[in-house]
Write a protein that binds this ligand. Structure first.
Ligand code: IMP
Ligand code: ZN
Length: 369
């Protein structure tokens, strides 16, 4: 009895400690990060209106382990209940509040701008609904700060009340070159609203690199940062093309061969590591063979991320706890891992400097034993 009490109390203490360190989230999909309670509430409402059959929906949502392909079917279902302006604004607000509540101090939130003529939604109006969500969160959370004007104040705000959010626009692999280009142009138009980059995501078994390349190249030429979902399925040719593009970061890197590891390390491309997502979608069979261990040991740039905290029932603190238990990282290493993520953010130097101040101040107050 005493033994189990001791173990659980130290686990609780570690959980508390992890949740109190400032964290940086660089790979979070808006609709994948939806609160479960919100998802069910929305589905129930549509069920009552007869738009969907709630029990079918509930069955799919409650399933825990899904293959990568099943996950994309689930996203199509989620989009049925989430994609109207009001709901997108609400989800954005809640997602930002949830990250802030676990001490995420900088969030790059990505989402795929969607067009739905039947409800008068354009890619632009979808993104404006997202920005409205950021603004409504800022009224009670501080600090969605688009101008950087009062960044100095940032580090002085109480914890759980400070979060800087930047947006990445995702290109879905089902899109055409013209549609991808439209998203990039929209991102450029929305630079003063916190949009700083482009992501390529969606079902990795769909679409060709050549389709997206012109838009991604244009994005970079115009000063946007680019991150790519890379190597979620084995596809050597595409992985090499992606690495040769030299994106600012890549997500996942699950199905790499020796040559691809060599290239990744040579180019020092930071990897967004999403442990729970990789295990849940069975792209990695178990934690003990996860590539995090090797990349971390070799000091390759890595950042822990959630991917889809709602869909995979996780949060960023949980991802840090997993790394600690699976790979034996102690408090000092976890803190350094969190702090190092600042180097890989897409926002500019002003934001980086402010975040480093937050870490300096946390380092003075946190205990490491
Ligand atoms: P949204 O862009 O806000 O609608 O977030 C959900 C979308 O993100 C999905 O429809 C996918 O296109 C993308 N996504 C989420 N998780 C993954 C993943 O693990 N791999 C590739 N794409 C993903
Ligand atoms: Zn992702």
């Amino acid at each position: 009895m005493t033994m189990s009490y001791n173990i659980s109390s130290s686990e609780v203490e570690m959980e508390w400690w992890i949740s109190s360190i400032p964290k940086v989230e660089l790979h979070a999909h808006l609709n994948g990060s939806i609160r479960n309670s919100t998802l069910f509430e929305l589905a129930r409402e549509l069920g009552e209106k007869g738009t969907i059959v709630f029990s079918d929906f509930e069955h799919v949502i409650k399933k825990n382990d899904r293959t990568l392909c099943e996950v994309f079917k689930l996203f199509d279902l989620i989009h049925v209940v989430t994609t109207d302006h009001k709901t997108i604004t609400r989800i954005t607000k809640e997602v930002v509040e949830d990250f802030a509540a676990e001490n995420v101090v900088y969030l790059e939130l990505r989402t795929t701008p969607k067009r739905n003529d039947s409800i008068g939604m354009s890619k632009r109006s979808y993104m404006e609904a997202v920005v409205d969500g950021l603004r409504s969160a800022s009224s009670n959370i501080l600090d969605i700060n688009f101008s950087c004007d009062d960044l100095e104040k940032f580090s002085k705000l109480p914890t759980k009340k400070r979060i800087i959010v930047r947006l990445l626009l995702s290109i879905d692999r089902r899109e055409s070159t013209a549609s991808a280009m439209e998203t990039v142009k929209l991102a450029l138009e929305m630079k003063d609203m916190g949009v700083i980059g482009i992501d390529l995501s969606g079902n990795p078994t769909v679409g060709e690199w050549e389709t997206f390349f012109p838009a991604l190249k244009f994005a970079r030429e115009q000063g946007l940062s680019v991150t790519l979902h890379c190597g979620e399925v084995p596809n050597s040719v595409e992985i090499q093309e992606m690495l040769n593009f030299r994106p600012g970061r890549i997500g996942h890197a699950c199905c790499f061969q020796d040559e691809e590891w060599r290239k990744l390390k040579l180019y020092k491309i930071p990897v967004e590591i999403c442990l729970t997502s990789n295990i849940r979608t069975e792209t990695i069979s178990s934690m003990d063979v996860h590539h995090f261990a090797n990349l971390y040991k070799e000091n390759h740039p890595v950042v822990l991320c959630t991917d889809d905290s709602g869909v995979f029932s996780t949060n960023l603190s949980n991802e840090y706890a997993l790394v600690s238990s699976a790979f034996g990282l102690g408090k000092m290493e976890l803190f350094q891992l969190a702090r190092k993520a600042v180097d890989f953010i897409f926002a500019g130097n002003e934001v980086k400097m402010e975040l480093l101040k937050v870490y300096e101040s946390a380092a003075r107050t946190l205990e490491y034993n």
